[in-house]
Design a protein around this ligand. Sequence first.
Ligand SMILES: [Zn+2]
Length: 271
Amino acid sequence: MTDQATTSSKPMPLHERLYRTEAIVLSRMDFGEADRILTIYTPRHGKFRVIAKGSRRPLSKMGPHLEYFARTRLDLARGRELDVVTAAETVDGHVGLGADLDAFGHASHCCELLDRLTQDRQEHEAAFDLLASSLRLLSDGVDPFHVARHYELALLTLLGYRPELYRCVSCEADLAAEANAFSSRLGGMLCPRCRGADAGSRPLTINAQKYLRSLDRRGLAFVARLPIADDLRAEVEATLAAYLRHVTERDLASLRVLREMNQPYDAGSSV
Ligand SMILES: [Zn+2]
């Protein structure tokens, strides 16, 4: 009998079956009569789904600690398909989000982005910290525009998609203060001479380029003090949104390719 067979035939010891983690509730859905399935993000285990049994009952003790975007401390038991929440306690309920529709919408955007850009059980403690601090700032009433753009740029950087903002991605020349263009496909700026390298690139005003560089170099505390006109907000937001869309779609496409490559192998595998 191999070690593996011995292990799998024994019931898992209690201390291995139970664990505790902090988590942020990214999304949730009703399940059955009174349960909820939550997608959570944790510092050590990344993103995964758990079930909170009975949490929709009016007298449920854990229910109030599992609100949208709440930072909470969970006791979990490993389950066959989904781990089960056995206790929950709020660390930061981000109560400010409940009173401000704009902040709530931006919190939802931040959570959805992390959900879309990460795989299950992929540890990324810095991403957890970034989300937690961004939700806190939104709840505190900091301008959601600045918080969300900072979050997007920082998350892209953490996950390996940092856009090139200082040099042309084609000829590598330092960019001059002129109307350069942003290419989502090439992951950064193109100088006027190289603009043809991507027909889908979008021209960026000097102010939009300055904003993105300030965000990158000087951080949120600096840009949050800048007065910023509506048309500049729209331009910066659309540029980052286009790049995020490109990154997400490319990732989904590469996952599809991986699945297709694995299928014949699985089917023919005798293991
Ligand atoms: Zn160039």
